[in-house]
Design a protein around this ligand. Structure first.
Ligand SMILES: [Ca+2]
Ligand SMILES: [Ca+2]
Length: 116
């Protein structure tokens, strides 16, 4: 019984259009160990952005479909109060630390900081 169920889930997963998964499993965007109003304000400030926009960053794309829309915000809100895995905190902190090198000003910021 459990084997059959597992196989069905597996084949369903392979049929889906999206091969990417969110960068972090819960919406602790600033990596402080909890999902609270700061994280929600953070994602709301990026609302209605998509792949090529500077406001878009995959860290906030909770369903990994290339935009930050109401579905991503709903997912983030539903994470309020959940336990944040240590790995997610570390990934979020590392991603925040390098976020200024992302987007159209990214290269300029990297040069200004002496990376090139
Ligand atoms: Ca947080
Ligand atoms: Ca999305």
């Amino acid at each position: 019984m459990s084997n059959t169920l597992h196989e069905e889930e597996h084949s369903h997963y392979e049929d889906t259009q999206y091969s990417t998964t969110p960068i972090i499993s819960v919406a602790d965007f600033n990596g402080d160990g909890e999902v609270d109003s700061n994280d929600i304000e953070d994602i709301i400030s990026r609302y209605n952005s998509a792949d090529e926009d500077d406001l878009y960053h995959p860290l906030y794309d909770r369903d990994a479909d290339g935009d930050i829309d109401v579905n991503d915000i709903i997912k983030a809100v539903s994470d309020i109060g959940v336990d944040v895995p240590l790995l997610d905190q570390q990934i979020a902190q590392a991603t925040q630390a390098t976020m200024k090198y992302y987007g159209s000003d990214g290269l300029e910021n990297a040069i200004a900081d002496g990376y090139f």
